[in-house]
Write a protein that binds this ligand. Structure first.
Ligand code: PGA
Length: 253
């Protein structure tokens, strides 16, 4: 049984004051919903204050990135150890990092290993560009992006997020069937690499223009275990509705 997960990726949005206001607005509603792992990922500078606000809450905290070294002369970077004090999860390999900050499969893997070493659970993002999709290379690209992820990582709580790059922030989501099919491919791929048991245990989320209006389409698909939500996670009402619908659907209502 895979517990569904909804994770909110706030990206480079919210000042500390805005983050506090948003958490205060969504926390009471989120705490009333069970059967779903709820995660919010505010910017680094708000993590400490949000951690305080989430004391006693079932909502978990995640970061959006990390560096793989433990400490040292890496000006401007944030280490796994620093985050382990604050968070449970960390997003790794988001397409915006791959695209704007030249993050490679190798770098993402170093980050995954560094996160796991200190007990942080990675939310590893994979996905193809529109060009790769249209030229029929989606499976090849995803296989490459997953090529370094170990069986041990899957068993230590790593969560995958399939985010087709053409669907992120564009308002143009994949259809539920499309996403289900591709996530089904990812599961078969993991099964070949690491065995059926591992493939059945790993949670795979869909991400890309998920809203309160379209979440049902994704969540009713058997392969999709939840969503990584960008834009809609910045509105308390929308995020709550996404989490609520996920809870009821996966409960079989
Ligand atoms: P979006 O972002 O929901 O705004 O498309 C999703 C993501 O990038 O994780």
């Amino acid at each position: 049984m895979r517990i569904p997960m909804i994770a909110g990726n706030w990206k480079m949005n919210t000042t500390v004051a805005e983050a506090v206001a948003l958490v205060e607005e969504m926390r009471p509603g989120l705490d009333q919903i069970d059967n779903v792992d709820k995660v919010i990922c505010p910017p680094f500078v708000s993590l400490a204050v949000v951690k305080e606000l989430l004391k006693g809450s079932s909502v978990k905290l995640g970061a959006q990135n990390l560096y793989f070294e433990e400490k040292g002369a890496y000006t401007g970077e944030i280490s796994p150890l620093m985050l382990a004090e604050l968070c449970d999860y960390v997003i790794i390999g988001h397409s915006e990092r791959r695209q704007y900050f030249n993050e490679t499969v190798e770098l993402a893997d170093k980050k995954v290993k560094a996160a796991l070493k200190v007990g942080l659970k990675p939310i590893l993002c994979v996905g193809e560009t529109i060009k790769e999709n249209e030229s029929g290379r989606t499976e090849e690209v995803l296989s490459r992006q997953l090529s370094l992820t170990s069986k041990q990582a899957y068993h230590t709580g790593l969560v995958l997020a399939y985010e087709p790059i053409w669907a992120i922030g564009t308002g143009k989501s994949a259809t539920g069937e499309q996403a289900n099919q591709t996530i089904g491919f990812i599961r078969r791929h993991i099964s070949q690499q690491c065995g059926q048991e591992t493939a059945q245990a790993v949670r795979i989320l869909y991400g890309g223009s998920v809203t309160a209006d379209n979440i049902a389409e994704f969540i009713k698909q058997p392969e999709i275990d939840g969503a990584l939500v960008g834009g809609a996670s910045l509105k308390a009402g929308d995020f709550l509705s996404i989490v609520k619908q996920t809870s009821s659907f996966k409960r079989g209502k």
